[in-house]
Design a protein around this ligand. Structure first.
Ligand SMILES: Nc1nc2c(c(=O)[nH]1)N[C@H]1C(S)=C(S)[C@@H](COP(=O)(O)OP(=O)(O)OC[C@H]3O[C@@H](n4cnc5c(=O)[nH]c(N)nc54)[C@H](O)[C@@H]3O)O[C@H]1N2
Ligand SMILES: Nc1nc2c(c(=O)[nH]1)N[C@H]1C(S)=C(S)[C@@H](COP(=O)(O)OP(=O)(O)OC[C@H]3O[C@@H](n4cnc5c(=O)[nH]c(N)nc54)[C@H](O)[C@@H]3O)O[C@H]1N2
Ligand SMILES: [Mo]
Length: 795
């Protein structure tokens, strides 16, 4: 089916004039925040995280958004038993008895403040601002306008959103879905804040409608972890629990920045250090939150007295981790040769693993030269760490996006598992794998069936419970969905949360994909760029946030979520909704399902949402591990899902854990090229920008910066704070260069050949077709670029 170009929003043919707003050489101007500088102030990078400054910055944001008194009340309810789950990260809460009265962190407080703001984006707001005008603002401005207050529609040809009654909005979506040639021409995206209850209903609706097109933010995030752990261990989730951190001797923190992205993890790490664990950081940047932590809720921390965290810091090259872990394993084999029977856990390896001999040969065939060149860490330092690992089997490896977003991400994570397997450091207290999840319920959404490739036996149970035949052919993941929309194979986009445009790779390509849709509809709490780069018709469907009271016919409801360690627990929003026109996510899904499926559906949609216990009963009948859900979810602190690896059971086809002997891979920059990683600042939550500061890295009031090695800058002839353009090495599929324009060059402590810039500003550089093998996650931390002095704006 040919894409529809007869719309004011669609791109004109190639070759339009440069002063045309649809300047084809750089894509549509609305796609990205304006390439304007603010007013950069540089400070020294910090060497410790949190402390009194964290409280100050949290309170500043909270009182500005929600008011001081209201803000303080709100914060006392975060992550308390009977309160609501912090909408920020997925780090677990301590047992109920162990929780502080303020169980939140600076960045959790900012996320809560952003949701509980008193400002509103209502019909008067949209009457004042055209879509084109809104797009000319930065992403921080868009978010700061407040909570979306009522359903809005952007009709074909219109330049303003207008109010639309809920029923008309559902009818409009139903008509567009009915008009498709096949259900597979619709895409149903999910972001990871969605509750278990909403996610379960959503996938049920989508599968009853007839497709498995359920891409989610996980495809951009920890998909590589799930794939790697599934192949190696048979379970795609982490195996450690909070108590393991108190029992561990050695904790490796690889490719993650917990001081910013999982600040509550620092409390856990501090306790681990106090119990004798040694922490090792593996990261190209010296992140403050890996160096030291001053607990902002303890007297010592408030006085600025900090605990040293990592005692060893390996500043690996970007994407050098597979080589580094191969080196650690090589050093373990060599140590074993010197002390036979003392280093490799042969009993475990022989009994519980497969592929050991092949792996031993692969390690033997990998030279120290290659390991040092690719990883950037020299052999003596690798051997020193290996000796420490040889002395204990209580080893935990933690990681996040620094490992998952590379071409060879799955092989890298499997190499981390190889290291633990050699030491038998799985299924024992104080040991295991800990992929640190991002969104607060991204793991739960997957458990509830948000996946384009749910296994057949899961679909069998779903079909049996609701008396229908779920589609079996796999759906689109996020990257495949973008290409399908671009090529006209998908024509309706529906998003349950998130910001599909700015979170996705290859911004201009993704923008074209969205603009070619007949309809783009998003369930959202806040305004974002995906509301401004739309299909022929667009809908904004505003929903309740986590912090808000959810009243249904059966009374006040709570929802449930699963954290990074597989603990399922309640979340109960205590505050008045931002607007009387908001619906809960489960209610939106149920009413949409009724409008689309009508009497075709075997599900009593309205009845289910009257009382979420009914949804949980249904979940209990379909999802393994959720029997008696309603009783167990009412236990204080919730309940843990079983993790067989904790008992050394590996549910792979042959019941063994598998070594991976993949060759070292990934991209290495050629002469004049750099490898760019796109990372988060301290003041953003994914695509939501709270401010232009990145306090720990010493950046104030600017996001258009690129961190470079000073010697590389000298070689390139670039001076500090000089405006530069970043150009991708791979041309995109139209042969158009990928250029991220106007970034200030910042000399920084980063290995040679490496560079860093913020996401989403640098997403224009992430090629849609450069994805991780197996997981298909965009390689947004392995982007080959060149750096050149900035072209003047407009030239
Ligand atoms: N406040 C706040 N909290 C968040 C989020 C947020 O945006 N803001 N996002 C949430 C989400 S969805 C997620 S997924 C997580 C993300 O949490 P992180 O993964 O911590 O986020 P990133 O900023 O992408 O940081 C990646 C880290 O990996 C390092 N790194 C990059 N490339 C490499 C590499 O090749 N090797 C190694 N060893 N290190 C590398 C970077 O220097 C950086 O320290 O945080 C969650 N929590
Ligand atoms: N280059 C590059 N790209 C990346 C990454 C990277 O490191 N580098 N990281 C990737 C990762 S790890 C992730 S997880 C994705 C994130 O991708 P997404 O999850 O799609 O993006 P978010 O920015 O988290 O979504 C923010 C929007 O969610 C909506 N929202 C907030 N709370 C709620 C709620 O309770 N309900 C509903 N319905 N909507 C809500 C608001 O409208 C807000 O504007 O981005 C990915 N993109
Ligand atoms: Mo994420």
């Amino acid at each position: 089916m040919a894409p529809d170009f007869e719309t004011p929003q669609a791109r004109p043919p190639l070759g339009s004039t440069p002063d045309d707003p649809f300047d084809d050489s750089h894509g549509h101007p609305a796609d990205e925040p304006p390439a304007e500088f603010s007013d950069l102030h540089l400070h020294r990078a910090e060497h410790k995280a949190a402390g009194p400054e964290a409280v100050y910055h949290a309170m500043k944001k909270v009182s500005r958004e929600a008011g001081l008194v209201r803000g303080l009340t709100i914060l006392t309810k975060v992550n308390q038993a009977g309160g609501f789950d912090c909408p920020s990260c997925a780090w677990p809460d301590p047992e109920p008895g162990d929780r502080a009265s303020f169980e939140f962190c600076e960045n959790g407080a900012k996320a809560v403040a952003a949701e509980t703001t008193t400002r509103r984006v209502d019909r008067a707001f949209f009457a004042r601002h055209s879509v084109a005008e809104l797009a000319s603002h930065g992403d921080d401005w868009l978010d700061a306008q407040g909570r979306l207050a009522e359903p809005m529609a952007l009709l074909p040809g219109a330049d303003h959103y207008e109010p639309i009654p809920w029923d008309d909005a559902f009818r409009l979506i139903a008509d567009e879905l009915d008009a498709l040639d096949s259900p597979d021409e619709a895409v149903f995206y999910t972001s990871g804040r969605t509750s278990n209850e909403a996610a379960f209903l959503y996938q049920l609706f989508v599968r009853q409608y007839g497709t498995n097109n359920l891409p989610d933010c996980s495809n951009l995030c920890h998909e590589s972890s799930g794939a790697a752990l599934g192949m190696s261990l048979g379970v795609g989730k982490g195996s450690v629990r909070l108590e393991d951190f108190r029992q561990a001797d050695l904790i490796l923190l690889v490719g993650q920045n917990p001081g910013t992205n999982h600040p509550r993890m620092l409390t856990t790490l501090q306790a681990a250090v106090e119990h004798g664990a040694k922490l090792v950081a593996i990261n190209p940047l010296k992140e403050a939150g890996l160096l030291a932590f001053a607990h902002p809720q303890h007297v010592r921390g408030m006085l600025g007295i900090s605990t040293t965290l990592a005692d060893t810091y390996l500043q690996v090259k970007i994407n050098g981790d597979q080589a580094l872990f191969r080196g650690l394993c090589k050093a373990l084999f060599e140590e074993e040769a010197r002390r036979p029977g003392e280093v490799i856990d042969r009993a475990f390896v022989d009994q519980s693993t497969a592929g050991f001999e092949e792996y031993r040969r692969a390690v033997g065939a990998t030279s120290w030269d290659e390991i040092e060149r690719r990883g950037g860490i020299d052999r003596p330092r690798i051997e020193a760490l290996a000796r420490r690992a040889a002395a204990t089997d209580r080893i935990i490896c933690c990681w996040a996006m620094g490992l998952t977003q590379h071409r060879n991400a799955v092989a890298t994570i499997r190499e981390v598992v190889n290291f633990l397997l050699l030491r038998g450091a799985l299924g024992k207290p104080g040991s295991g794998v800990c992929p640190v999840r991002g969104h607060s319920n991204v793991q739960g959404d997957r458990t509830m069936g948000i996946w384009e490739r749910m296994p057949d036996r899961w679909l069998d149970r779903l079909g049996a419970a609701f008396d229908f035949h779920p589609p079996r052919h796999h759906g689109f993941d996020t990257v495949q969905a973008i290409s399908a929309m671009h090529e006209g194979r998908a024509r309706v986009f529906f998003g349950l949360g998130g910001n599909f445009l700015s979170a996705s790779p290859d911004t201009h390509y993704t923008s074209e994909a969205l603009r070619r849709c007949r309809l783009t509809a998003q369930v959202s709490t806040k305004l974002n760029r995906a509301h401004l780069v739309t299909g022929r018709t667009a809908l904004i469907l505003p929903c309740l946030g986590r912090s808000e009271r959810d009243l249904q016919a059966g009374g006040e409801q709570f929802v449930s979520v699963e954290n990074s360690m597989g603990i399922v627990h309640q979340s109960h929003g205590p505050f008045s909704p931002a607007s009387p026109h908001l619906l809960s996510e489960p209610a939106i899904v149920a009413r949409l399902a009724r409008a689309v499926l009508g009497d075709r559906s075997t599900v009593r949609w309205e009845w289910l949402v009257e009382d979420y216990d009914r949804i949980r009963d249904a979940i209990g009948r379909v999802v393994p591990g959720f029997d008696d859900y309603n009783a167990r979810i009412r236990r204080p602190g919730g309940f843990p899902l079983d993790h067989p690896v904790r008992d050394r059971v590996f549910p792979t086809p042959d019941g063994k854990a598998h070594f991976s002997d993949a060759p070292l891979g990934g991209v290495e920059p050629g002469p004049g090229q750099l490898l760019l990683m796109t990372i988060r600042s301290h003041d953003q939550f994914n695509t939501t920008i709270y401010s232009r500061d990145d306090r720990y890295r010493g950046i104030h009031n600017e996001r258009r910066v690129v961190f470079l090695n000073a010697e590389d800058m000298a070689d390139l002839g670039v001076s500090p704070q000089q405006p530069v353009d970043l150009t991708g090495i791979d041309p995109d599929s139209h042969g158009r260069p990928r250029v991220a324009r106007r970034f200030l060059a910042i000399p920084y402590d980063i290995p040679r050949g490496c560079a860093a810039a913020y996401f989403p500003e640098a997403n224009v550089l992430v090629p849609i077709d450069q994805t991780a093998e197996v997981s298909n996650t965009p390689a947004s931390k392995s982007i080959l670029i060149t750096v050149s002095p900035a072209a003047r704006p407009g030239s």
